[in-house]
Ligand binder design. Structure first.
Ligand SMILES: [Zn+2]
Length: 350
């Protein structure tokens, strides 16, 4: 729940406590209260409050009107919430990539889903427990019946989630399914819907070119657990999600500015060019190929795509010998090749 229009003060918790007291005429317990937004941007930033008792929330929301405060219900109806942003920020921190990298890409690399999927499924389970009277909490049930009479946006939001996921019939006949079953099915449906959107997005945008080739299953990418060094692991991630020092990662897409600094054939400095074509790294690449040919006998005959997948995904499918020693040797050769050319690239002034 947000409380707006309260002047900034030293102790947000004390201010919130007194505001809630003033609104409801009684002491309201809460878990946390914090200012949201950038300090100094706004003289009165909203306060995000998490109340301990959900019935208090309805009580406060009901009393808020005409009391000088503006209290709004926090909802996950819109995907672009603060929680979602916080989640993406955390995923980028885990992958050691910068804040401008794509949220879609980092979620896919770690096989994570938006927070809203779980939040929506939990909110539906909560709604289901109350309407099927499985909840023993009388206060909750009476709060819900008050909601029914007030054309509540929260209830409309639950109806929207059920419709969007194809569970419309549950809205009318909630008793046909148990809360747990509904929760599990709905969460799986939301995940399936997200994966479908994810693969669509990846295939449409050129920035996700590498991921399009690498990812056919939505799960944490295996290279993340293969590469032990965090720094080298993040080089692989940056190249895969197109957020590296290469020109193709430039946010401003002016064709002339994307040309490789080695200026060979005026090619765009893409991940593909960098790994497989650029003349600047030819010597290192030749040594790499010679070592690799021992393990992948037909390496020279592999398609460009297969070569990219072998390198950036540490994919061993094309390996002729598949015992542990050879797999490890292959991965070590690839990792040191990428490490070497990337550090050479870092030393080149654009
Ligand atoms: Zn080049």
């Amino acid at each position: 729940m947000y409380i707006n229009n309260i002047p900034e003060g030293v102790d947000t918790r004390a201010i919130t406590r007194s505001a809630l007291n003033k609104l409801s005429g009684k002491q309201i317990l809460f878990n946390f209260a914090k200012r949201i937004g950038k300090k100094g941007n706004n003289i009165s930033r909203p306060i995000l409050v998490n109340l301990q008792q959900i019935c208090d929330k309805f009580h406060v929301l009901g009393k808020a009107e005409g009391n000088g405060f503006d209290v709004t219900n926090y909802d996950f109806k819109i995907e672009d919430t603060l929680y979602e942003k916080m989640h993406s920020k955390f995923l980028k921190f885990v992958l050691n990539v910068n804040k401008h990298s794509s949220n879609t890409a980092v979620r896919g690399e770690l096989g994570r889903f938006p927070i809203s999927a779980k939040a929506w499924a939990l909110s539906i389970k909560y709604w289901h427990n109350i309407v099927t009277k499985r909840s023993p909490n009388i206060l909750l049930i009476s709060a819900m019946s008050a909601e029914h009479h007030s054309a509540s946006s929260w209830l409309q939001g639950r109806e929207y989630v059920l419709k969007m996921t194809g569970f419309n019939d549950i809205w009318q006949n909630a008793h046909h399914i148990s809360s747990n079953q509904l929760y599990m099915s709905l969460k799986r449906r939301l995940h399936d819907q997200y994966m479908q959107t994810w693969f669509d997005t990846i295939s449409k945008h050129s920035i996700h070119m590498e991921l399009k080739y690498m990812k056919c299953i939505y799960e944490r990418s295996p290279y993340l657990s293969i590469i032990k060094s965090p720094n080298i692991r993040s080089v692989f991630t940056k190249l895969r999600i197109n957020n590296s020092i290469l020109k193709s990662s430039c946010r401003i897409k002016i064709e002339s500015e994307l040309i490789c600094p080695a200026r060979d054939k005026c090619a765009t400095e893409s991940t593909k060019h960098f790994l497989l074509e650029c003349s600047r790294y030819a010597t290192i690449r030749n040594v790499f190929h010679d070592k690799l040919k021992v393990l992948v006998k037909n390496y020279n005959y592999l398609s460009i795509t297969d070569k990219r997948i072998s390198i950036l995904d540490l994919n061993v499918e094309k390996l002729t010998e598949k015992d542990d020693i050879h797999i490890q040797e292959f991965q070590n050769i690839v990792i040191s090749f990428v490490k070497e050319i990337y550090s050479l690239r870092k030393s080149i002034i654009n």
